[in-house]
Ligand binder design. Structure first.
Ligand code: ADP
Ligand code: MG
Length: 379
C-alpha cells in the first residue's frame, strides 16, 4: 500500500472520513450503515472521523458512538443540522476538513486521506458527491462519477448493460417533459408492456416510490407516486424469476473484479408480493436471504461472470452489488447494479462476502486499502 507519508496524521494512521446521512430518502438507512461500520472498522489501524450530512445538506462532525446511529435507539436515526458545519477542502492541494462556527474563523480539523461515503441515493451515490471529491483531489471508496451516475439511473444502466450484451427486461421511460406534455401518450406507450409492471422512480433506492401494477387503472397513480421521488419514471415489465445477487469487489492492481458466492432473496408469502421497503427494513420475517444460493454449478459460474461484466460495463470501482432475475427458462436477466449497496453487517453485500471468506471488518479494510491505492484524477 502506498500512502503519501506527508498526508498521514501525527498518529501515522490513515485518516478516514466516514460520511453518512445525506439528502436522499435513504437518509436513515445510511445512518444505520454508519453504525455498523463505526462499530466494526479497525480503530487501531485508522483514525476515524465521522461526518454526518443532514437532510438539508449541511455537514457536521458526528458522534463516533455507533449506538447513536443504530436502530437500537428505538427510532429511525437522523443527522440533525446545527450551527457548526464542516466542509472538505482541496484548496491549494490541502485535502482537509475545515470547521465553520458562527462568529469564529474557519478552523482546520486536519488532513483527510480517504472518504468512505456510506450514502445511498441522489447526492451521495449518483456521482455528484464523487465529482466534488474529484475536484478536491480527495480519495474515496467506491465508484467514480460516471459509474455512480449510471448506476443510480435505472434507465441508463439498462442502456449500458444491453450494449455490453447483458439481458435486460422490456421497459419504457417517461421523462418529466413527456408526462407534462401528454400523459395519455405515455400511458399508451406503457400499455405495450404486459402486466404486472413495476413503476419506479428512475433514480431512487430501497424500493421507495415503486409500485407493482396489475391493471391499467393503476398506472396513472403509480406514475404520480414515482414522480414524488423523481420527475423521471421507468416502467418495467414484471419478470418472473428468483432474485439472485452477487457482490463484486474491485481487484487489486490490474486484477479482474472479484465476485462473491451468489445470494438469493426469497420474499415469503403473506402481504409482500415483492421485495418492498417493508420487506427490506421493517418486517424482518418477510424475506429470507440465503447465501450461497441453491443453484446448479454452471448457473453459479455464469451469474458471477455476468456480475463482473456488469461491474466493468458501467466502469465501477471499489464495490457493487449486481442483482439478477433467474427465470424459469434458465435465463439470467439483470435487474440493477448498486454502487453503494446496503452495507449494514446484516445486509446482503457484506453477508455474501462473509459467506465467501471475507468478514465485515476485513471487507471495510479492503475497501479502504483499494481507495488509498488508487490515484486521483483520470483513471
Ligand atoms: N421488472 C421487475 N420484475 C419483477 N420484480 C421486480 C421488477 N423490478 C423490481 N422488482 C421487485 O422490486 C424490488 C425493488 O426493485 P429495484 O429495481 O431493485 O429497486 P431498488 O433500487 O429500490 O432496490 C426488486 O428487488 C424486486 O423484488
Ligand atoms: Mg434493488
Amino acid at each position: 500500500m502506498t500512502i503519501d507519508p506527508a498526508s498521514s496524521q501525527p498518529s501515522g494512521k490513515p485518516r478516514v472520513v466516514v460520511l453518512f446521512g445525506g439528502r436522499s430518502s435513504e437518509h436513515s438507512v445510511s445512518c444505520v450503515t454508519a453504525a455498523g461500520v463505526l462499530e466494526a472498522i479497525d480503530h487501531s489501524k485508522y483514525d476515524v472521523v465521522p461526518v454526518g450530512i443532514a437532510r438539508n445538506g449541511q455537514w457536521s462532525l458526528a458522534s463516533v458512538d455507533p449506538e447513536q446511529w443504530s436502530l437500537r435507539s428505538g427510532s429511525l436515526p437522523e443527522v440533525e443540522s446545527g450551527p457548526e458545519t464542516v466542509v472538505l477542502s482541496g484548496e491549494g492541494g490541502s485535502r482537509e476538513l475545515v470547521a465553520h462556527a458562527p462568529d469564529s474563523l474557519p478552523k482546520s480539523m486536519g488532513r483527510v486521506d480517504v472518504v468512505l461515503p456510506l450514502l445511498h441515493g441522489p447526492f451521495g451515490e449518483d456521482g455528484t458527491l464523487q465529482g466534488m471529491l474529484e475536484m478536491a483531489d480527495i480519495r474515496y471508496v467506491g465508484a467514480g462519477v460516471l459509474a455512480s451516475a449510471v448506476g443510480m439511473d435505472k434507465h441508463y444502466m439498462k442502456v449500458v448493460f444491453a450494449a455490453a450484451g447483458l439481458a435486460v427486461g422490456p421497459y419504457e421511460v417517461i421523462t418529466d417533459r413527456q408526462w407534462n406534455r401528454s400523459p395519455e401518450e405515455c400511458l399508451s406507450r406503457v400499455s405495450g408492456l404486459a402486466f404486472p409492471v413495476f413503476v419506479k422512480p428512475a433514480r431512487a433506492g430501497s424500493s421507495m416510490g415503486i409500485t407493482r401494477v396489475t391493471e391499467a387503472s393503476g398506472l396513472r397513480p403509480a406514475i404520480e407516486a414515482a414522480r414524488e421521488h423523481d420527475p423521471k419514471v421507468i416502467v418495467e415489465a414484471g419478470i418472473s424469476g428468483r432474485e439472485i445477487e452477487v457482490a463484486v469487489l474491485q481487484g487489486r492492481g490490474n486484477e479482474d473484479p472479484r465476485t462473491s458466492q451468489p445470494g438469493e432473496i426469497a420474499v415469503r408469502d403473506g402481504g409482500h408480493d415483492w421485495y418492498d421497503f417493508e420487506a427490506k427494513y421493517v418486517d424482518g420475517a418477510a424475506a429470507e436471504l440465503s447465501c450461497p444460493a441453491d443453484l446448479p454449478d454452471d448457473v453459479t459460474t455464469r451469474v458471477r461472470e455476468l456480475a463482473g461484466v456488469a461491474f466493468d460495463a458501467v466502469g465501477a470501482e471499489g464495490l457493487s452489488r449486481v442483482d439478477f432475475f433467474y427465470t424459469v427458462d434458465g435465463e439470467l436477466v439483470i435487474n440493477e447494479i448498486n454502487t453503494m449497496p446496503g452495507f449494514t453487517p446484516i445486509s446482503m453485500y457484506p453477508q455474501m462476502w462473509a459467506k465467501s471468506g471475507l468478514p465485515y471488518t476485513e471487507l471495510i479494510d479492503e475497501l479502504i486499502t483499494l481507495a488509498l491505492e488508487r490515484r486521483t484524477g483520470l483513471r
